[in-house]
Design a protein around this ligand. Structure first.
Ligand code: DX5
Ligand code: ZN
Length: 217
């Protein structure tokens, strides 16, 4: 299994002070950036221009999570501007294999996300096209929701499939990850953890990152 990575989500940060908020998570492995278009999910956040400014404002890798309707058109542009990892949703992509290859061709890690009710099995044959698989542990759209324990068996099945393949595919979970839930997700086989409110509502975000890392390890 690959090493434990903690990716704080800036969805729960102060959007009027993003540079300062990035400075509070310097021990993170990457910054998780939630792009929402008010169509694929009910919420609306930020898009290309703001992510471009974030790219220039931090040395940390950007892990962009696209909750948008037309990733086939937009995702490659996030890779092109230098986002280290670009995640599109399987439910939204028209040609996921072509898109995953395009992201890698642009020099990014290709990643695909599944909503809680989307089964992983139809996608197992394309795992080799991915550098990361994201299993949502809440319905995408908002921070601060409760972790869905019913995803744990899907995490276990995905872990087994990734191990069978023997590759270096990260298995990410996103939604409701906290000191209370991270151990269950890690035991099921996740190795990359998005945490929004658990990091940004803590008085000391870097202490929260360290605690999550220890609990997951
Ligand atoms: C939800 C987003 C998450 C969100 C997680 O749709 O994809 O990244 O920021 O927030 P918490 O950790 O508070 O559930
Ligand atoms: Zn996310």
């Amino acid at each position: 299994m690959s090493r434990t990575c903690i990716h704080p989500s800036i969805l729960n940060a102060d959007f009027a002070n993003l540079q300062r908020e990035l400075g509070r998570i310097t021990t993170a492995d990457a910054v998780h950036v939630d792009v929402m278009d008010n169509h694929f999910v009910p919420n609306l956040t930020i898009g290309l221009p703001v992510v471009k400014s974030l790219r220039a404002a931090t040395e940390l890798p950007l892990d962009v999570h696209l909750m948008i309707e037309d990733p086939d058109t937009w995702a490659p542009q996030y890779a092109e501007m230098g986002c280290e990892s670009v995640t599109f949703h399987a439910e939204a992509a028209k040609a996921p294999i072509r898109l995953a290859r395009e992201l890698r061709a642009q020099g990014a890690r290709s990643a695909m996300a599944l909503k809680p009710a989307t089964p992983v099995e139809p996608y197992l044959d394309m795992l080799g096209e991915l550098d990361m698989l994201l299993l949502m542990t809440v319905e995408p759209g908002f921070g601060g929701q409760s972790f869905l324990d019913l995803i744990l068996p899907k995490i276990r099945r995905a872990r087994a499939a990734i191990d069978d393949l023997g590759g270096e595919i990260a298995l990410q979970v996103d939604g409701g990850i906290s000191a209370e839930t991270i151990t269950r997700a890690a035991e099921a086989g996740a190795d990359t953890f998005v945490a929004g409110s658990a990091v940004y509502s803590a008085a000391d975000p870097e202490a929260a990152i360290a605690e999550l890392r220890t609990l997951a390890g």
